[in-house]
Structures are given as structure tokens and as C-alpha cells.
Design a protein around this ligand. Sequence first.
Ligand code: PMP
Ligand code: GLU
Length: 406
Amino acid sequence: MDKTEYQPSARIQALSPSATLAMSQLSSELRAQGIDVINLSVGEPDFFTPDHIKQAAIQAVNDNFSFYTPVPGYLSLRKAICDKLQRENGLFFTPEQIVVGNGAKHALCNTVMAIVNPGDEVVIPMPAWVSYEQMVILAGGTPVTVETTLEQGFKLTPEQLEAAITPRTRLLMLCSPSNPTGSIYSRAELDALGAVLERHPQVLVIADEIYEHINYVGRHESIAAYAPLAHRVAIINGVSKAYAMTGWRIGYVAAPLWLAKAVNKLQGQYTSNASSIAQMAAEAAYNGPQECVEQMRRAFLRRRDLIVGLLHDIPGLEVRVPEGAFYVFPRVTALLGRTIPAGCEGAGTVITTATDLAMYLLREAHVATVSGDAFGSPGHLRLSYATSDDNLRAAAARIKTALAKL
Ligand code: PMP
Ligand code: GLU
């Protein structure tokens, strides 16, 4: 057989690449070519990991924390996570219910794999983070996407949830604060969704709370606190966003015992433990002083106000003020159908989709964004404002100039 005939498995062929990571990669490549691209694509805090966390990692290296750890993570880290869940969320978990993985992404994918059988339906309110649907596809499940709009605050209503559930529904994937919209479900909204789920005991919930601490409206609320659901919610969280530790790759799932055991079994065959050194750093993050989290939250809030103010001033962008996370998700439908003018790369081409618009902004304004198409919401763009005020001002000015040409 000629080697050109080899193909990856059908499983991998069915997957789409991650659009967030692809856009970020493209922007790095352009920068390497000397083009001054402002990268508002990937969602990643621009702060350095706080010093006391870095010191804990250095100490762990010096103290020879260099061996395999238990598959679900050091017991001391899982205890620190249980303490955090009790202290900050009023939720009671035992260390046996925690599995630490290589970032929240890994914990999430493990959990989807441990829940979903081929043919199971998984309800995903859209827009949703790019990886949810793909993880469900990887597990052989059927994503059932439910569209939410800017007018409804991009939040799933109880009526929509009820209508989406069938006897084959196995899972609901909920993200609050949300990537990409920054929307946050209130206690009352979570309870109303909980009341619907009470009528459908076969449905489990994954609550992705990775943006928990980047909240501008108040206390974090978890659907796991809705008591009748406590035994069927898996919480996903980690240190990436709250402690500026994206590269350390530590996330976890806190789940009912049967599910934590299933995730543990999968992880034992698939990746083993997450990095021992990064685990020690994460333990310092959870047990150490928390002022750094609040300082970063305040910085993100200031930047949110800055970017929202700047974008409000740009004709064609409809901006909803996000309550959390570090993304704005303007609707751009007013700009679709316009033609790239003479003198610009791609002149004469009609911009028909948000993806076309994102590519135009990359080429013309040298600003990298992510198209809403990747999040299941055509007609929107996602901009991450986890970058400096100067970058935000410059990016908004460039976007304004480029859009004015259309
Ligand atoms: N969930 C959401 C909604 C995210 O935006 C991210 C960002 N990467 C993750 C999970 C994964 O986080 P981590 O970097 O810890 O894998
Ligand atoms: N969660 C971030 C984002 O949405 C990081 C990239 C990724 O893992 O998708 O941009």
C-alpha cells in the first residue's frame, strides 16, 4: 500500500481542529513573520503565575517530587480541593470524589468519556466553548445544540431545556461564567434549570466552572448546590484561569463517587497522573493567600469596562456587557454582506460569515479574534480581553478603522 493511502481513524477524521488554538497559532506565525498582530483570540490570562505558587513548584523539584503520583492526584492536593469546594462553594466532597487531570480540558473530556455511550444525546446550549461538541463526538454521543440569543443573555431557559430532553438524553453541559459569552446564570436561573432536570432523572450535568473567579456581579453559584441534583452533577474546575496557570495543566473533576471512579479508571489507562510538580504548585494555589485572585479579577473588570466602552463606539458591533470570564462576544450580522474594498487584501470578496470577518480583521487590522461559527453562533465574534490596556486600545482603534472601510 502506498503510504499516501494511510488515513487517521474515522474517530479522528470526524473531529474538527480547535478554532481557538488554530487562530492563536496563526497569529503567532504572522508575528514570527514580523507582522505586529494583536492576539485577542486565545483565552488566557496574561499575568504571571503568583510568586508563592512558583516557589512551591521550585521547592517540589528540590524535594524530589519526581515520581508517579496516585492516578487521581496527590491526596494532599485532593484534600485542598475539597477544602476549597467547602470554603468557597459550600459543597461537600471527599478526596475519593476528586480526579485531577492535565487541565480542565482533560478533566472534562475524561468525564464526557466516562458518561456518554454511543448514541446518547448531550444537550449543549450554544454558543458553547469549541471543545464541548467535539468531546461528545469523540465519545460517540450526539450533540443536541440549543441556540440562545443575545436578547436572552445567551442563557438556556427552562423551557428550552425541557424541549431538548428526550428519553435518550444522558447529559447537559453547562458553563457559567460562560466562554464565549461571559454570561453568568443566577441562583434562580440555575434552580429553574434544576427543577426541569428533577423531572428527568436519567440526565447528568457537567458544570464547567473554570471561570468561577472571574465574576463581576457577585458570588459564584453552582448548579451542584441545587440539592436534588447533588448526586448527578460533575463540577469541572482548575487553576488555569483563577491563578494564571494555563501552562501548568492542572484541572479537576469533582463528581459522584461512581463517576470519579470511572474517570480514575480511564485516566489510569490513558495518561496516568498529571505532573507531580504542577500538582504541588496547584496545592499552594488552593491553600495559599487568595489576594492574587482578587487582584486579577479587578484587572479583568477594568479591562472589560475599557473594551466594552471602545467597542460600543464601533458601528456594526452589537455588544452585550459580559458579567464574567474575559471575553466579549459582539453580534456582527450588520457587517455581513459587505465587500472588501479596493486596496485591501482579498478586494472584491464579499464577507458572508463571521469567519470571513475574522480573517478580514486579521489581514487588514492585524487583530486576531475567533469567529462565533466555532462556538455554534454564526454572526458573532469572540474577543478575549485578557491583555494589556494598551493592546485593547490599539486593537479597538484598528478594528474601527478596518470596519469603516467596508
Ligand atoms: N472550559 C472552558 C469553558 C474553557 O474556556 C477552558 C479554557 N481552556 C477550559 C475548560 C480548559 O481549561 P484548561 O486550560 O485548564 O484545560
Ligand atoms: N479556553 C481558551 C479559549 O477558549 C483556551 C484555548 C482552548 O483550550 O480552547 O481560548
